[in-house]
Every structure is written in C-alpha cells, then in structure tokens.
Design a protein around this ligand. Structure first.
Ligand SMILES: Cc1ncc(COP(=O)(O)O)c(C=O)c1O
Length: 459
C-alpha cells in the first residue's frame, strides 16, 4: 500500500526513446488537439509517470505541479487504483446503465457520504462538462424556468451549453448566444469590479450586484445559478467568507437551483472533500469529475438533492449516456476515495496549504516585485504576475499569453518543473499527496524563476 507520499521520488522507469519519437510523429500526423492551432503546437511526449513525477520521451523527469489538468489528486499510477481497475477489467469491463452494478453502487454510496447535506443520489457522466449540462437540464425541468446565471471569469466545460456558461475567452469563438445563459460579476478583490477595499465590502457588493441581475432578468425566468465553489482555471480566487452563503440565500429566496461546480475543487483539492464546506453551504446540485478517480478512467457526475430527485420520482428523467456509471471508471472511484481516506490525503492537502505553500507564497509576494498577489487553499494556489504593482498590469493580457510568460514556462521546465499556467498566472496545484520535500523542491524552483521574472520587468 502506498502510504508514504513519496511515490516516484526514486523510481527511474525504462524509457524507449524510439517509441517516444514515433509517438510524436504519429501525433503530428493524426491527432487533433484540444484548444489548439494544430500546426503551431509541439506536444511534449510523456512516456511514464509515478506519484508526483512524469518522464518525457528522453527520460527527463519533471515534478508535476499541474496535476495534469488539475485532476491527478492522488498522483500518477497509485497502485491501489491501478489494481482495482485491473481487477474490475478481469471481472466485468462494461455494462449498460440500465442495470445495477457493484462498482457503480459502491461509488455512489461513497460519494453520497462525502457530499454535503442530503445530496444522496448520484447521476454519473463521462466528465465535467456533461455533468454541468445534466445539472442544468435537471434544474430547468425541476423549476420549469429557462435561464441559468453564471459568473464571468469561470470555466464550466467544452460542450455547447457548458462553454456558453463559461465566463472566459474560450466562450467567445463558441458564443452562439446559447439561449438563457446570463453572466454576472463574481467577487475578486484584487481586480474588483465594485471598487471595494476589503473582502467584506467585496462580498456585500457582489451579492447586491447578483441580486440586481436576478431582479432585472426576472426571478421567475431563472432556473439555476451555476458557480465554481472556488473558480479554478480563471484564477483560483477564493470567494470571501459569506459569499457562497449569500448565494445560497438568494437561491432559496427566489426559488432558484444552486449548482456548485466542484469539478476542479472536489475530492480534496482545497483541503476539504468539497470546497463548499469552507462556507458551510449545501447546494441543490453538486457537479464533480477530475478528482473523483483522479482521471484514471473518465468519470463525472451530479450529486442531487432529495427535492430534485423527487421531481423525477414518477416522471422520466429525459437524459442518459451509454457509459453512465461505467464499471471501470466507478471501480477506480471506489479505490481512489478509499485510498484518499485511508492515507489521509485531504488532511495532507490542507496541511500543505497552511504550513508549506501558503507561507512560501506569502514570502514570494514580499520578495518578488513581479508578484501582484498570491491566494489559495490546500493544494490550489495562484501566483498573479504583474509588470507594475501599482497599476497591476498583468504580465500577459487577459485571454492571451506573452513572450515573458512563455519564457517563464520554459525556465520552469528546464529546471524539471511542470507548471500550470493561465494568462498571467502560475498555479501551484500539485497532487494532494505530494510530499513536503517535493513541494518545497518545486517552490524553490518557482522562487528562482520569479527572480528571472523580476528581471523581465526591470525589478
Ligand atoms: C470547474 C470546471 N468545470 C467543468 C470542467 C469541464 O470538465 P471536463 O473537461 O471533464 O468536461 C472543468 C475542466 O477543467 C472545470 O475546471
């Protein structure tokens, strides 16, 4: 059993450089990549991974401070999960969602036990976007209302409705004015829309703004508010205390379904099983994916309140997927959740946030002129880079990269660190079970790279 949070620190896998080269060539000939101009990319070949490390096709080792797309919460190749997938594959690879199945039932039980309140029914999907699509469908049918409100600076997935709910530039090219999606401004003190100077002010003003949007859109037309509990790719800006409570109250007052998108924040990322716990909030629907089984097999889902489940007690729920609750994916979820529990990974993630990453990032903010703000929880942190602390001009414009940011990514990689970067931010998002020593190693590399960044802005 892997109890030591040290997976991969010493292991050196055999890398077949010729196979890696062929993988690269075939990729360039035949693979069509997400969110990319196909001729302008040069994907790194990853040939092996273990714990918090990956190896490229030349055998170079990298500390994975990205958790890939912030999904490998238990690190790579956790032996209990790999074994559970193999065991399930030998027993029963696939079965239609019509039937009951041990792996699916047990996964639903383990998830229900950990979601807040009485969210005790689980609809399984293949990932996060379709979880959000189904959550909205449930909310619309439950309320009989058409519109959904979501925040600017958010990401909810790549399918048509989910990308139209998204509040970042990935929506623009797909913006077909998907009926009934309306955006509002979330609280974000560092770049406040509301001219606030304190978190309390920002919280109060953002809630007043949201209530105005509800009033002017017409409460009787709004089915749901969808909100990332801590917005992730858009900047890991932790909502001020009381904000999620306030949204909960508005939803209750106006009969609106509160959908918490916990696709990125769920399963330990913020040092709790779910990020809504930080504000003591129970949503009506909670969507999850990524960390539920660390992405070892694609899986997502919606945890459903008793009231919404009851809507579909004697009325057909008009939705489904061939692979809903796929046995390999749900067996991986069972093993992942049990491993996280037994190895106290959620507690470990919380400790990394309070004792290691948080204090180190606070020091970076003091020492490096390029650091505008650092913020986060658990193993979910952002470093916001600026050219000028007074003007807060970002090191890359909103919605884009810049030569400076590209150089910093290259500097990280040349030092053996795989970072997660979005626009002008570096996100510190290692697996929940990364050892303190490895986190400190990654932070030391970031410290060096920030010194280079200081030089870029003449600091
Ligand atoms: C908050 C959030 N919601 C939804 C999604 C979409 O999930 P998927 O890519 O599994 O469809 C993501 C993916 O990054 C996400 O971060």
């Amino acid at each position: 059993m892997s109890t030591l949070f040290e997976h991969g620190a010493t292991l050196a896998p055999q890398i077949d450089a010729a196979a890696a080269q062929r993988a690269y060539e075939l990729d360039r000939l035949h693979v069509f990549h997400s969110w990319s101009a196909q001729d302008l990319i040069s994907p790194m070949v990853i040939s092996a991974a273990q714990g918090s490390y990956v190896w490229d096709g030349d055998g170079t080792r990298y500390l994975d401070f990205s958790s890939q797309l912030v999904n490998t919460n238990i690190g790579h190749q956790h032996e209990r999960v790999v074994a559970a997938i193999a065991e399930q594959a030998a027993k029963l690879c696939t079965i239609a969602p019509t039937y009951a199945n041990e792996a699916r039932s047990e996964a639903a039980r383990l998830i229900s036990e950990r979601t807040p309140g009485a969210l005790n029914r689980v609809f399984f999907t293949n990932g996060g976007a379709d979880a959000n699509e189904h959550a909205v469908r449930m909310a619309r049918l439950h309320t009989g209302r058409p519109k959904v409100l979501s925040a600017y600076r958010s990401y909810h997935g790549g399918t048509q409705l989910a990308v139209n709910l998204t509040g970042d530039p990935r929506r623009w090219a797909n913006d077909s004015a998907s009926t009934g999606t309306v955006h509002f401004f979330p609280p974000y003190l560092y770049r406040t829309t509301f001219h606030s100077t304190t978190h309390a002010e920002e919280c109060e003003r953002a809630l007043a703004h949201l209530e105005q949007v509800i009033t002017f859109e017409g409460p009787s037309t709004i089915a749901a508010i969808m909100l990332e509990s801590v917005p992730g790719t858009a900047g890991i800006y932790v909502p001020p205390p009381g904000y999620l409570q306030g949204v909960r109250e508005l939803c209750t007052r106006y009969g609106i379904v509160f959908i918490a998108d916990e696709v990125m924040t769920g399963f330990g990322r913020t040092g709790r099983w779910f990020a809504v716990e930080h504000d003591g909030v129970v949503p009506d629907l909670l969507t999850f994916a990524k960390g539920v089984n660390s992405g070892y097999v694609p899986l997502g889902g919606v945890a459903i309140s008793p009231e919404i489940a009851a809507t579909f007690g004697e009325r057909v729920y008009p939705g489904g997927l061939t692979y809903s609750g796929h046995p390999l994916a749900t067996a991986a979820a069972v093993a992942t959740i049990n491993a996280m529990q037994d190895e106290k990974m959620v507690e470990h993630a919380a400790m990394l946030g309070t004792d290691v990453i948080g204090p180190a990032l606070a020091q970076f903010a003091e020492r490096h002129a390029v650091v505008g703000e650092t913020r986060g929880l658990g193993v979910f942190w952002a470093i916001e880079l600026v050219r000028n602390r007074e003007t807060r001009e970002p090191l890359a414009p909103y919605g884009a990269s810049s030569p400076d940011m590209n150089q910093l990514i290259a500097e990280c990689k040349s030092r053996g660190l795989l970072p997660f970067v979005n626009f002008n931010r570096i996100h510190v998002v290692p697996p929940c079970n990364t050892s303190v020593a490895d986190v400190e190693k990654g932070l030391a590399i970031l410290d060096d790279v920030l010194t280079i960044a200081d030089g870029l802005i003449g600091g």
